[in-house]
Design a protein around this ligand. Structure first.
Ligand code: XMP
Length: 522
């Protein structure tokens, strides 16, 4: 496998994903892992990521210089190039002005890393302030840009390579070729990370881990829990029971889709808990967003564990933790120190005295891989490509008290927003061939505020509710921008909502990025 050293700000994640896209397994390791620990993991190659710090700055992320003595091929990008230079006796200088964005790379002589890329200029993506001013002894400088004298350096004898730019970024025209040159030309790695291979391996692992025990899973209909369900079911069949807690605040058509896919298509043991009334009573009169969240979350697990009790003798709980959850929660499995950004959001509040062994078969998969796995396991595309949906559901998209009347309005309006923007995304996908195309809407839904406004329909004055349409572009929900939808798309959403949804006489579009707003309204 390829060990990716992460020098901060999660630069490593994109690199690990690019390597896996080339069908080679890669894993992120903390940058300060010792050479001995690393040697014990026996990676076939190492990639050093970029990072926001300056190598000479106090407290800058550091690495064990003995890693360079292990004889493992190493490729460094940006900060990775700079730290390689410094550790091996070269020099890094603070350039007068940083360089951000596209630059033209000129090749200097023959190069292992740049093999098969143009001799003349090629576009590479830069994002740095410091840069290497003198390569270490033994290294050849094989590329430069106007502002960067050592844009590429290599020492083929020791199999050490580095670039100042970011080959992992799509804007670097021949970045993929450079990665291929390193992975296959230098390291002779095999393309063994393929979905078929992965499924076989995971199925075997799950069988080993579970044995004859019973497993339970909280199925939400979301991507991660659905893929875990399909995967674990492939491995152990009816030893798995899925519990679907229907709290009544799911989107229109969602409970039906869960039934259709899991009961009818997969023939899985599925417990559909109708908790709609229980939740409606519990939420009556509650207006505070955090109180809604707390009540819904606590009740969810109470209902779930009651069901587990009824099934009896369940010893294991499967859950859809994915790789970014692990990395973000402090690299639990890799035992590392990646900065803790947010606590593990999948932590389950087990009741007193209750214990389950956890099984988390997706804990080393990126989201895109989870979707690919879902398709390979036979889940429908509409389920695998679903947008994120918050656990508390529509309750946090109804401002103020949740009532049956408001829920009915929101469900209908939201279905229209989704239908129109699903189609918009599909058109973009057909035009660009990219599901994650920059302007695709990442999350889109309707919000129902707790106000009414005056309107006119026919000859009659109306006093009804408005619907807020929220649609954002984002990659990770940490930041987001409002989607620049074509006017005709917004117009159609608006007229359909006022025509088709009873009780609504106005539609507005939220044009606020995050920050300062959040994606959700509560
Ligand atoms: P915000 O509104 O904070 O949302 O910009 C960021 C992302 O998180 C989702 N979200 C939640 N997910 N439980 C969840 O499981 C919650 O309480 C919750 N609140 C927000 C939101 O949909 C967006 O994708």
């Amino acid at each position: 496998f390829v060990a990716v050293f992460d020098f901060g700000a999660q630069y490593g994640q994109l690199i690990a994903r690019r390597v896996r896209d080339l069908h080679v397994y890669s894993e992120i390791v903390p940058c300060d892992i010792s050479a001995d620990e690393l040697a014990a993991m026996a990676p076939s190659a190492i990639i050093l990521s970029g990072g926001p710090a300056s190598v000479y700055a106090e407290g800058a992320p550091d690495m064990d210089a003995r890693v360079f003595e292990l004889g493992i091929p190493i490729l460094g990008f940006c900060y990775g190039e700079q730290i390689m230079a410094v550790k091996l006796g070269g020099e890094v200088a603070h350039t007068d002005k940083g360089e951000y964005g596209p630059a033209t790379l000129t090749r200097l002589g023959s190069s292992v890393l740049l093999d098969g890329t143009p001799e003349g200029g090629q576009t590479v993506w830069m994002s740095h302030r410091d840069s290497v001013s003198r390569a270490p002894e033994d290294f050849m400088v094989t590329g430069r840009t106007d502002t960067c004298p050592v844009a590429v350096m290599e020492c083929p004898r020791r199999r050490l390579f580095a670039t100042q730019f970011h080959p992992e970024v799509r804007h670097s025209e021949y970045g993929t070729r450079m990665l291929e040159n390193f992975l296959f030309g230098v390291c002779h790695l095999e393309k063994s990370w393929t979905m078929e291979g992965i499924i076989d391996q995971k199925v075997e692992e799950i069988r080993q881990q579970v044995g004859s025990r019973k497993v339970i899973l909280a199925l939400s209909g979301g991507v991660d829990s659905s893929v875990v369900a399909a995967l674990v079911h492939r491995a152990i069949g009816d030893q798995l029971t899925c519990v679907f807690v229907n709290h009544g605040m799911l989107r229109k058509g969602e409970p039906e889709m869960v039934e259709e896919v899991f009961r009818e298509q997969f023939h899985m043991p599925l417990v559909h808990v109708h908790a709609e009334e229980r939740y409606a009573k519990m939420l009556a009169g509650v207006t505070d967003p955090e109180k809604k969240r707390r009540l819904i979350g606590t009740e969810f697990w109470k209902v779930f564990f009651d069901e587990a009790q009824k099934i009896g003798d369940v010893e294991m709980l499967a859950q859809g933790t994915i790789y970014p959850d692990i990395i973000e929660s402090g690299a639990r499995k890799t035992g590392g120190k990646a900065a803790t950004i947010k606590s593990h959001h999948n932590l389950i509040p087990f009741p007193e005295g209750v214990h389950f062994d956890l099984i988390e078969p997706l804990d080393h998969f990126f989201k895109d891989e989870v979707r690919e796995l879902g398709i390979a396991l036979g889940l429908p595309a509409k389920m695998v490509w679903r947008q994120p949906f918050p656990g508390p559901g529509l309750a946090i998209r109804i401002i103020g008290e949740v009532t049956p009347e408001k829920l009915a309005i929101l469900k209908d309006a939201d279905a229209i927003v989704r239908e129109e923007l699903d189609a918009y995304n599909q058109r973009l996908f057909e035009e660009t061939g990219d599901r994650n195309s920059e302007h695709a809407c990442w999350q889109y839904f309707a919000v129902l505020p707790d106000i009414r406004s005056v309107g006119v329909m026919g000859d009659e004055r109306t006093y009804r509710r408005p619907i807020i349409v929220r649609a954002v572009e984002s990659t990770d929900a940490m930041t987001a921008d409002w989607a620049k939808l074509p006017y005709d798309v917004i117009g159609r959403i608006s007229s359909r909502i006022v025509d088709e949804v009873d009780g609504v006489n106005r539609v507005v579009y939220d044009v606020t990025p995050k920050p300062p707003a959040t994606i959700e309204w509560e």
